[in-house]
Write a protein that binds this ligand. Structure first.
Ligand code: FBP
Length: 568
C-alpha cells in the first residue's frame, strides 16, 4: 500500500506511520472529552452494554505497535445508503490496517447483503486496483433498515457463520444508528464482534462539531456542483437571457447549498435552516426572489442563478406542519391509504384528517408533489425529497407573482415599506421583459466521482481508524478525523452518545442527530454578509474543475475552513 499511496495525493496521519514511515494500525486511549449526548439517561438505558464503564467518552488514537501484532481476525465491511466519493479508499485503509495477518470480507449490496449473508473475501490486489476511484460499485449499497428481531437474528447468523471479529458500516446518520444498535445487540448476545461506523454522506449533515467537522464525500460533491453552478453563472451572464434555478442535493441540511453559494456567489441561495428560523412561508420566499429579480431588472440585468436546497420543502413552516400531519395520518392508516386505487381516493381519505390549513395547502400543490408527500418514504421513514421538484414549484409561483407585478404595478412599486423604488419609465421598460428560466437538479452526478485529494486522504485514514479500532477490540464507535489543517487527529466517537429522538411517520425514532447549518456559524455569517452584493449585480465566481494536484487541490471545503474553530 505504501507505494500505491505514495503515487497518489493521499496523506496518511502520523499516528498510522511507524518510525520508518510504514503504515500500521494505531491503538486508542480515553480522552477527558465526551460527546454532548442530548438524552444521556435514555441512551444508557437503550445501549447499556456499549455505554457501560466509559459512557460517552471520546477515544484518541496513539502510535503503538501492539495492534499490528494482532492476527487471525476476520472483519467485514459494507456500504449503506447513497454513494459518496472515497468509499473504496475506506476499504483500502481498512485493508492496510488489518495487514496480511487478518482477513477482510466485503458485504454485497449493503445491509440487505448482511442480512442475507452475501460476503466475499477482499484481496489486496482487488482493492488496490480501486484505490482513488469513485462510487460504491465494488460492494454495492442499499438503504435497508435493520429493525425487526428477525433481521437482527439474521445479522447474528451472518456474524457467526463467517466468524466475524469486526463489522464496519460505512453510512450516514441512519446507517450509523443501525451500527449502534447492532453493536449493542451483538454484545447483549455475548458475541465478541466490534461494530464500527464510518461517517459518509455528501450531505455533510453527519458531523460532530470539532470532533468531526464533516463526513466524507461532501468535499467532492460540493466541488463538482460548484464547478457546474459556476459554469451556469458564467453562461447566464454570457447569454443574458436565463435565470437558472438549481436544486442542490442534501436531504435535510443546506450545507451543500451553503458551500456552493460561497464558492460561486449566485444571485440567490436559499438556506432551509434560515427559512425555518425566520418562519418564512412559501409566499415570503417567492416574494424575496421576485424582489431580487425585479431589482436586477431595474439595473438591466435579466439573468442569474438561484440555488434551492433539496430539503427546503420540509423547512417551510406550513409545509413542515403538513408533512407532520401527514406522517401521523400515515402512521395510523398507511395500509388503508396504500390500498386506495387513485390519488383522488387518497385525497378524499386524507383531507378530512388534516387541519383546514394543511388540507388547503395540500390542495394547492401540484399533483405529483402531493402524491410523493402522501406515501413515498424510504426504509428509514424519510420523505424522498430528491424526487420532489421544489425548484419547479418555486418557478410556477414566481411566474404567477411576476404576472401580478405586471398587472398591478402599484402594489409593488412606489415609496414606503416593502415597495420597490422606480420611475414610471423604468417600470414601463421592465414590464416588457419576459422571465425565461431553466431548471436543473444537481445531485447524483456528485456522489460517485473520483474523490478530491481531501476526500481521498480523509477516507483512507477513516479506513485505517476503523481497522485499528477493530484490532483494539473496541465496539460501538464511529471513526473520526479532525484538525485536517494540522495533518489530522484521529478519534473514535461513541455512537450511542450521538443518538437523539426524532419524529418519523408520527412516531419517536432513535437516530443520530443531524448537523444542520447554524446561523451563528462563521460560514453562514460570511454568506449573509455578502449575499446582498451578489443579488444586486453579477459578482459570480466560477471555480472550474477539481484539481487533483498542486496547492489548490489541498483547499478544504470553505464551510469547514471557516467553521474550524466553531464549537457547533
Ligand atoms: P446518504 O445520506 O445515504 O448518504 O444519501 C444522501 C442523498 O444523496 C441525499 O442527498 C438524497 O436525498 C438521497 O441520498 C437520495 O437517495 P436515493 O439514492 O435513494 O435517491
Amino acid at each position: 500500500f505504501e507505494n500505491a499511496v505514495r503515487e497518489l495525493p493521499i496523506q496518511v496521519c502520523r499516528v498510522f506511520l511507524d518510525e520508518k514511515g510504514r503504515i500500521r494500525p494505531a491503538a486508542f486511549r480515553e480522552t477527558d472529552c465526551a460527546v454532548r449526548c442530548k438524552n444521556p439517561e435514555r441512551m444508557a438505558e437503550i445501549f447499556p452494554k456499549t455505554t457501560a464503564g466509559h459512557g460517552y467518552c471520546v477515544l484518541e488514537a496513539f502510535s503503538s505497535e501492539l495492534p499490528s501484532k494482532v492476527t487471525g481476525k476476520r472483519v467485514a465491511v459494507l456500504f449503506s445508503g447513497g454513494p459518496a466519493a472515497g468509499g473504496h479508499n475506506v476499504i483500502a485503509g481498512l485493508k492496510a490496517a488489518l495487514g496480511r495477518g487478518n482477513t477482510l470480507l466485503g458485504v454485497k449490496q449493503g445491509p440487505k447483503g448482511l442480512i442475507n449473508g452475501a460476503l466475499f473475501e477482499i484481496t489486496t490486489e482487488s482493492i488496490q486496483a480501486r484505490l482513488n476511484t469513485g462510487g460504491f460499485d465494488f460492494l454495492g449499497t442499499d438503504r435497508t433498515k435493520i429493525k425487526t428481531p428477525q433481521q437482527f437474528e439474521k445479522v447474528k447468523d451472518t456474524v457467526l457463520r463467517n466468524k466475524l471479529d469486526g463489522l464496519v458500516i460505512v453510512g450516514g446518520d441512519d446507517s450509523n444508528t443501525n451500527a449502534a444498535y447492532i453493536a449493542e445487540y451483538l454484545e447483549e448476545q455475548g458475541i465478541k464482534c466490534s461494530v464500527i461506523g464510518i461517517p459518509k454522506t455528501i450531505d455533510g449533515d453527519l458531523a460532530v462539531g470539532a470532533h468531526l467537522p464533516i463526513s466524507f464525500g461532501y468535499d467532492t460533491a460540493t466541488k463538482i456542483y460548484s464547478e457546474l453552478v459556476g459554469n451556469l453563472t458564467q453562461d447566464a451572464a454570457s447569454a443574458v437571457k436565463y435565470y437558472h434555478f438549481v436544486k442542490l442535493m442534501g436531504r435535510t441540511a443546506s450545507k451543500i447549498t451553503l458551500e456552493v453559494a460561497l464558492q460561486t456567489r449566485p444571485a440567490v441561495a436559499l438556506i432551509s435552516e434560515e427559512i425555518a428560523e425566520k418562519n418564512m412561508s412559501l409566499d415570503d420566499i417567492v416574494d424575496h426572489i421576485v424582489r431580487v429579480i425585479t431589482e436586477r431588472r431595474l439595473k438591466g440585468i435579466n439573468h442569474g442563478v438561484i440555488l434551492v436546497p433539496e430539503g427546503l420543502i420540509e423547512f417551510i413552516p406550513e409545509m413542515r406542519t403538513l408533512i407532520q400531519e401527514l406522517n401521523s395520518v400515515l402512521g395510523e392508516y398507511e395500509k388503508d391509504i396504500r390500498d386506495l386505487p387513485t390519488l383522488k381516493n387518497k385525497q378524499e381519505f386524507i383531507y378530512p384528517l388534516l387541519s383546514p390549513q394543511s388540507a388547503q395547502l395540500m390542495a394547492s400543490l401540484p399533483e405529483d408533489i402531493e402524491e410523493m408527500l402522501i406515501l413515498d418514504r424510504d426504509d428509514h421513514g424519510n420523505v424522498k425529497v430528491s424526487q420532489i421538484e421544489t425548484e419547479r414549484l418555486l418557478i410556477e409561483k414566481i411566474r404567477y407573482k411576476m404576472s401580478e407585478v405586471k398587472r398591478h404595478p402599484d402594489k409593488f412599486f412606489g415609496q414606503g415599506p416593502g415597495k420597490i423604488n422606480a420611475t414610471p419609465e423604468q417600470i414601463e421598460k421592465i414590464q416588457g421583459t419576459a422571465l425565461s428560466v431553466q431548471s436543473h437538479f444537481l445531485g447524483y452526478e456528485g456522489r460517485s466521482a473520483k474523490p478530491t485529494s481531501f476526500d481521498a486522504s480523509f477516507t483512507f485514514n477513516l479506513g485505517l481508524t476503523a481497522g485499528s479500532l477493530v484490532l483494539s477490540g473496541k465496539s460501538g464507535y464511529m471513526a473520526a478525523v479532525t484538525e485536517f489543517y494540522r495533518g489530522g487527529k484521529v478519534l473514535a466517537l461513541p455512537l450511542a452518545g450521538l443518538i437523539t429522538v426524532e419524529m418519523r411517520k408520527g412516531k419517536e425514532e432513535m437516530v443520530i442527530e443531524k448537523s444542520l447549518v447554524s446561523l451563528d456559524s462563521p460560514a453562514f455569517k460570511a454568506f449573509a454578509q455578502n449575499r446582498d452584493k451578489w443579488a444586486a449585480e453579477d459578482r459570480f465566481n466560477s471555480p472550474g474543475p477539481i484539481q487533483h494536484w498542486g496547492p489548490i487541490s489541498r483547499q478544504l471545503p470553505l464551510c469547514v475552513a471557516l467553521d474550524q474553530d466553531y464549537p457547533d
